[in-house]
Unconditional design. Structure first.
Length: 190
């Protein structure tokens, strides 16, 4: 197949959302924020460009492994997978959603360290599982309400949070604490 494979380097904009489909397949969805930066030679400073947020879908063993890890909002991550552009209708308008079906996902180790634990592999995915995942992912595109990130806790969706973008990039010499604070401000704006 000629799938479009992509690699994302970014930060988790929301805590991962985990569920088990009606067919018993583990599914995890998350939002990854990427903010490109460009060096402005006139001001001799790094400038933030428009932030981009993508939905990342994880299935079976990968979903279970992410759920059992300590990934949370604000963590730097690397994602590799197949890019999918999905068309759907809402309020009588045709809309598009960019999603990545992840084959690998992990912490960006240029920003910190992680501990590895081996686990067993899982089974296959059905068309019903895919449809149920699309229904879950449509909530990321919604422009209102709260998004479930776990069984009992609630957090704001990227589409509803307020604020403005801020600086912060792993190449600009900031400390980890300064970068995390800047990222938290950017994801709040998303």
């Amino acid at each position: 197949m000629n799938d479009a494979h992509v690699t994302l380097v970014g930060w988790l904009a929301q805590d991962p959302f985990y569920t088990i489909t009606q067919n018993g397949t583990p599914f995890l969805s998350l939002r990854v924020g990427c903010t490109p930066r460009r060096f402005d030679r006139q001001t001799a400073q790094w400038q933030d460009m428009d932030a981009m947020f993508l939905t990342v879908n994880c299935w079976r063993g990968l979903a279970d492994n992410i759920r059992s890890s300590d990934l949370k909002r604000g963590d730097p991550v690397l994602v590799t997978g197949r890019l999918r552009i999905r068309e759907y209708a809402k309020d009588g308008q045709v809309r598009f959603s960019a999603e990545v079906e992840a084959s690998t996902l992990g912490h960006d180790l240029t920003r910190g360290s992680a501990e590895f634990r081996r686990v067993q592999r899982g089974g296959g995915m059905t068309p019903e599982d895919r449809r149920e995942a699309e229904e879950h992912n449509d909530r990321w595109a919604e422009a209102g309400g709260l998004v479930r990130s776990g069984e009992d806790d609630e957090s704001e969706s990227p589409a509803t949070a307020g604020g403005t973008a801020s600086e912060g990039y792993h190449g600009d010499g900031r400390s980890d604490e300064e970068e995390q604070e800047a990222y938290d401000m950017r994801t709040t704006a998303a």
